[in-house]
Design a protein around this ligand. Structure first.
Ligand SMILES: [Zn+2]
Length: 386
């Protein structure tokens, strides 16, 4: 049981119920947290001192006099959210509800290495925070960043990320914490996208897979409503699963990896070999939309190869929902080929109620998820107590 002598006990719970259910009266908060009335009053006072809650419109109590109610104050601070992909960076500054206040995109090459890419993040992030003007605090309460590769969760360091040369073991946390004077949380970008899609649309789905099909191939696993990371953080690294009857050389050094066969780099190369004059994956997706037969057939074949691997994942994990993200997800023949193989090859019990759906958040999913983890960290009881 909570005691009033311990000033932090229940602080997180009180903040959490006001955030989720507010505006609430003291009595509502006591009822929902199980804390005593006097403890609730003290915690509300402590949170108000930190500007995290504020008095809301009163509502009439039974006696006719308005009871004081309290609401979460999302303007108490901001967080910086960053998503790095192979060829672009998305940045957003959000309030503590995740509402985007400022945002910017930039073309990058993740393969240029951490010094170059993080210098761009520092410059753009600084510009976004300054653009808040006098309205808000310019120092973010936390920074969340997603990268396109495996991250050792305990340290936030990328580990042998195949499409990120120069980033192996790099201290992203240290670099950005010094730049923004804030705690930094690093994760594999697909995990952040999965968190965002789950919170946005699929909260009722306890078990969900988010698969990203673009330059890199990634997968995040939501199990029991939470991100499943495995022992070190490598769970979901599906890009280098070997596929049948292919011997394409992969950036990782192996041959026949899923990413080397169906990633956009391979697709664009294959399309050019078949005579299509295209600059990159976007052109290919455009040709697909215009029903170019070669582009349609190539992307459908890619979807089928991906679908065979996905069927194995569906058998192993039995998700209720598979969310498709990444550039290829918007190409209809890709998702059609993928569905065909999943429903053909996955066990009936695993596939009969399975929904395969496109990402709702598109290229905003990464920053949305990065903002979510930054906000949760900023509001963590430990952070409050510190
Ligand atoms: Zn590989």
């Amino acid at each position: 049981m909570a005691t009033e002598r311990d000033g932090a006990v229940g602080l997180g719970d009180v903040l959490s119920v006001v955030r989720t259910h507010g505006p609430l009266t003291r009595a509502d908060v006591a009822l929902r947290t199980g804390l005593g009335r006097s403890t609730v009053a003290l915690r509300l006072e402590a949170l108000a001192e930190r500007d995290l809650i504020r008095p809301a419109e009163g509502r009439p109590s039974t006696g006719g006099r308005p009871a004081s109610t309290f609401a979460f104050n999302p303007s108490a601070g901001v967080v910086l959210a960053v998503e790095l992909a192979a060829t672009n960076a998305h940045l957003a500054v959000t309030d503590l509800d995740g509402t985007v206040l400022e945002a910017a995109d930039s073309a990058i090459a993740i393969a240029d290495g951490p010094s170059t890419v993080l210098a761009i993040v520092e410059r753009l992030g600084g510009e976004l925070l300054r653009a808040l003007g006098g309205r808000r605090r310019r120092r973010p309460l936390a920074v969340g960043i997603g990268v396109p590769g495996p991250v050792e969760y305990a340290t936030g360091r990328p580990v042998s990320p195949p499409i990120m040369p120069g980033w192996d073991g790099y201290d992203i946390v240290g670099k950005l914490a010094a730049a923004f004077d804030a705690p930094v949380l690093v994760d594999n970008g697909v995990n952040l996208m999965a968190l965002a899609e789950h919170a946005d649309r699929w909260q009722q789905a306890d078990n969900l897979l988010f698969v990203k099909a673009g330059t890199g191939i990634g997968c995040a696993i939501v199990a029991g409503g939470r991100i499943f990371r495995g022992s070190q953080g490598a769970a979901g690294e599906i890009g280098h699963i070997a596929v049948r009857d292919h011997d394409d050389l992969c950036v990782c050094g192996n041959v026949g990896c899923l990413e080397a066969v169906v990633g956009t780099v391979a697709l664009v190369r294959g399309a050019r070999a078949r005579g299509l004059e295209i600059d990159g994956p976007r052109d290919l997706v455009e040709l697909v939309k215009r029903h170019d037969p070669v582009a349609v057939s190539l992307t459908r074949d890619s979807g089928r190869v991906f679908g065979e691997v996905l069927a194995a994942l569906v058998n192993a994990l039995n998700p209720g929902v598979v969310v498709l993200g990444g550039e290829l997800a918007t190409a209809e023949p890709f998702s059609a080929g993928l569905r065909e193989l999943v429903y053909q090859r996955a066990a009936p019990l695993a596939s009969q109620h399975l929904q395969i759906v496109p990402s709702q958040l598109g290229d905003r999913a990464g920053t949305r998820g990065a903002a979510m983890v930054a906000i949760e960290h900023a509001l963590d009881v430990a952070a409050l107590a510190a």
